[in-house]
Design a protein around this ligand. Sequence first.
Ligand code: G
Ligand code: G
Ligand code: MN
Length: 547
Amino acid sequence: MLATALATTPGSARVIAVLRFPLAEALAPYRNLAIAIVGLAAVGLVIALVGTVGIARGVTRPLGALAAVAGRIAAGDYTPPAASARGDEIGQLSDALSRMAEAIRERERHIRHQAAHDAATGLPNRVDLLQRMSDLDRCALVALSPRRQREIVDTLGQGWGDRVIAATADRIAETAAFDATDPSGRAVIARIGDGTLGLLLPGVDVVRATDVATAAVAALERPLNIDGLSLDVTAAAGISASPDHDVPGADLLKFANVALAEAMRRETGVAVYDPADDPHRPERLSLMSELRDAIERGELTLFYQPKVVPATGRTAGAEALVRWFHPTRGFVRPDDFIPLAEETGTIRLLSRWAIATAAAQAARWRDQGFDLKVAVNISARDLADAGLPERIAASLAENRLPADRMVIEITESAIMGEPDAAIAVLQRIAEQGVALAIDDFGVGQSSLAYLRKLPVQEMKIDKSFILKLADSVDDQAIVRTIADLARTLGYVVTAEGVEDARALEHLAAVGVDYAQGYHMSRPIPPDAFDAFLADGRWPATTPSLVT
Ligand code: G
Ligand code: G
Ligand code: MN
């Protein structure tokens, strides 16, 4: 029972309402409704749960698959995920992954290509060549270089250097000999240096490689035609082979380069690796450290060879030529250590020594009353010695010798294509009043047009044109032409290699300024030179000056 007082107006009697109907009975009609509501809610919840799980699975399963694909891509497997038919976000993600895999595959292919190829020519590079070589037990390697590559790069620029290398490779690939060694199609022409190609010939021995190299060099006798420009390159090739030169792969490359350096010196332009040419062999290195010691200990001497005026017989000068009498090896020929000293850089020490020694000797002769110009040879490497002009000035000053008593000889090949800095060194030597002479003139590839730009005063005609002068009409014509031309251009002309009186007479008739050779005297030590001067057969002063 439930009783509750009802609100009334003030002053009226209290009214109390009494409920006498049972509450449970009153609520009974609503119980079913409540049960239905709870039941519905439960069913709804279950449906929602099932739906959520379903949807979640529909998303996570394809996502998991895509994650696995991403993992494979990371591991380097670029097979794209199976094409998705779904148009929703998952489908889009799958397509994006596909495209990414393809892009990565393409970029990786590009990077691999770049790593194995030379960018400028598209040829395989040295890394690639070494990689291929390491897989071979028997192979030959030919290192080939256009002889005029450096000149071409210097005058036309690096772009043309690249074009020449590419055209050279094409020319070689066309030769039948190269084709014949390559039934397997595994032979490659790679760019192994700025100006050097490497021909890797699998299963080929030295003999067959020499055939290929000879054919390649011959094919390059014909000018290359690039963009309408005809370029005469001529080539040299060095050969090494395994197992002939029984060494692991990397050394084969070094050996082919050593042979190439030798081939450059040969007229045939082809050389097989010979350990005797190898500047890196230990014996040679010890010779070089001994040379340094020999210079410091004063074991080197200069010999002098007279330069005589053909018409009068007057001795006007001398060329200083280094001699090395080794305490245990005996006499070491300059041809055996000068090239080596040039390669190792020791030549700079040697040249500074030779200049100081020759200046002192010239001063001694001056003090004895002989007015002789003394010539000293320098090498291309000396032109990298920016301090050389000052050393020459110092040697002259120490001996109070006028600069015009000294001549510096350099071969044409040593100055051809040298950078401006090297030419500046020559310029600074000449500015002091020291004369520059071009040695071995006529055998190099230089042009008079180029030499005209240099501060040169003297041309020394190479001895190959003089040795048989009396009997060779050709040589006579050449010598006359060179002498006339040089004289017209204002050069002093010297002929080297005068071995008999007839040659000397001929030179007197042609009118060269100086003659030098065994006929007058071999290179001799200073005291023998004094005796030579005293002998009077080739008086050191003109008769008019004597009286
Ligand atoms: O005499 P003959 O065998 O000296 O010389 C051999 C070669 O060595 C020649 O080419 C000559 O120019 C070179 N030569 C000789 N003496 C010197 C030198 O003092 N310096 C340089 N750079 N070369 C030299
Ligand atoms: O490269 P350069 O010209 O500096 O070297 C001179 C070389 O020529 C030296 O080796 C020297 O001994 C050599 N020589 C000098 N006179 C004669 C000669 O009359 N005949 C020959 N065959 N060689 C000579
Ligand atoms: Mn010389």
